[in-house]
Write a protein that binds this ligand. Structure first.
Ligand code: IMP
Length: 424
């Protein structure tokens, strides 16, 4: 009756889609548990590339039931567009299940995300402007609208009228925007309600029944550990809990169901948006890394910031998620460098920190302490067995494993499913 959690250990974009793809053969359910259409998963199967934002990557596999869990925020118009696109590409989306407890992203959430970012000026977070933060804020303030509200339009309108009064006051008086009309929103969302009706389910019960039958559930995180609202680099975070604990609250499963927690870890580090990043490379090496790794966002197309591997963060992610193993991605990108650096500690004010510092100011000003390792130079994208990798590449992986304290079980050397080497 196992549940497996798949979680990004850095600032997102670690290659979780690829890991799900590899593990999907042996699972019956793939569940998204947090976030919304701020995420972007690229999945390559054979000659087909799919870019997903909200639909769980399990949709690719006829034997898998994809589930959007309670902890997700849903922009129904965007979800329907994504489903239409998938159908146009020949995929069957009819098995998708959506929790009635998931919160709805409303037009005023998107607008508030845009105007508050503008308002923050240089202090902006660099959000994806999809309305994620404002939707989770309303959820916490208990004025959010949920998917289930779509199926009682009287309640929907009552809740909408109440919340819109305050939103319109803020939009017009603080941000000088036009107020929104409840009737327009109701008409738009009533259409979504009808189209989404076949997918709505009691997803929590569904997953428990599946586990009772001995089936396997894969809980697929979006974003990453350091973007976690509680455990990430606050305030430069997303507004949900990507960490393994969030997989439980976001799906309705309990800790005893979890057998594996797989950390998806890039062989270097990237980050989109604002916020501290100790090993960031702002030089030619960084430019090369961005280009070779094609580090541009799936959702916004933004250029990702890049840097050397940071073992302090890897150790932190191992602890906060209770990782059982790592899935190391994009090792092939490092073939482009003759010398590799790995950060094993931070220095601040004459002190060395092997663990994530307890105060944000230390992290903001942390100087990475590096060890250097020789690169391997050779193209490794065609290597089919781990032991056939150049010895320098194996030494690099060994070093990361030793520093992070968690076994590295898979190593990915290219985007295709076949370009994954199992290590132990
Ligand atoms: P939000 O999630 O749109 O509110 O954005 C908050 C922060 O999380 C910003 O720095 C975004 O760039 C970042 N972020 C959100 N989703 C992703 C993702 O899927 N990958 C990487 N960064 C993300």
């Amino acid at each position: 009756m196992p549940a497996h959690i798949l979680v990004g250990t850095q600032w997102g974009d670690e290659g979780k889609g690829k890991a799900t793809d590899l593990l999907a053969d042996d699972v019956q359910y793939v569940v998204r548990y947090q976030g919304g259409n701020n995420a972007g998963h690229t999945i390559i199967v054979g000659d087909r590339t799919l870019k997903l934002h909200l639909v769980p990557s399990g949709v690719m596999y006829p034997h898998v039931t994809p589930v959007i869990g309670d902890g997700v925020v849903i922009d129904p118009g965007v979800l329907l567009e994504e489903l239409d696109d998938l159908v146009d590409q020949g995929l069957d989306v009819s098995k998708l299940k959506i929790s009635g407890n998931a919160h709805l992203i409303m037009p005023y959430h998107r607008e508030l995300d845009r105007v508050t970012e503008r308002f923050l000026g240089r202090q902006k977070l660099g959000t994806t402007k999809r309305g994620i933060g404002p939707t989770y804020a309303d959820k916490a303030a208990r004025v959010g609208l949920r998917v289930q509200d779509l199926y009682d339009m009287k309640i929907f309108r009552q809740k909408l009228d109440t919340v819109l009064k305050e939103k319109n006051a803020v939009l017009s008086r603080v941000y000088n925007r036009l107020p929104m009309k409840a009737a327009d929103i109701e008409t738009e969302y009533a259409v979504y309600a009808e189209r989404l009706r076949p997918y709505i389910a009691d997803t929590m019960a569904l997953l428990h029944d599946a586990l009772d039958r001995g089936e396997t559930v894969l809980l697929e995180g979006a974003q990453g550990t350091l973007l976690d609202l509680d455990h990430g680099t606050y305030p430069f975070v997303t507004s949900s809990n990507p960490v393994a604990g969030g997989a439980l609250t976001g799906s309705g499963l309990g800790p005893r169901h979890v057998e594996r927690v797989i950390g998806i870890t890039k062989a270097y580090v990237t980050r989109v948006g604002s916020g501290p990043f100790p090993t960031e490379l702002r030089d030619e090496t960084g430019e090369r890394m961005t280009e070779v790794g094609q580090e541009y966002g799936t959702t916004t197309g933004r250029r990702r910031r890049v840097g050397w591997f940071d073992a302090v963060l890897a150790r932190y992610a191992a602890r906060v998620n209770g990782l059982t193993e790592h899935f190391l991605t994009k090792l092939d990108v490092l073939s482009a460098f003759s010398t590799l650096r790995v950060c094993h500690a931070y220095r601040y004010d004459d002190e060395e920190y092997e663990h994530f510092p307890p105060h944000q100011s230390i992290f903001h000003h942390a100087e990475p302490v590096y060890s250097e390792l020789p690169g391997w130079g050779d193209d490794i994208t065609q290597v089919t067995e781990y032991h056939l990798l150049p010895k320098e590449a194996q030494a690099y992986v060994d070093h990361l494993e030793e520093l992070s304290g968690v076994p590295i079980r898979y190593v990915s050397v290219g985007p295709a499913r076949s370009q994954t080497l199992e290590r132990h």
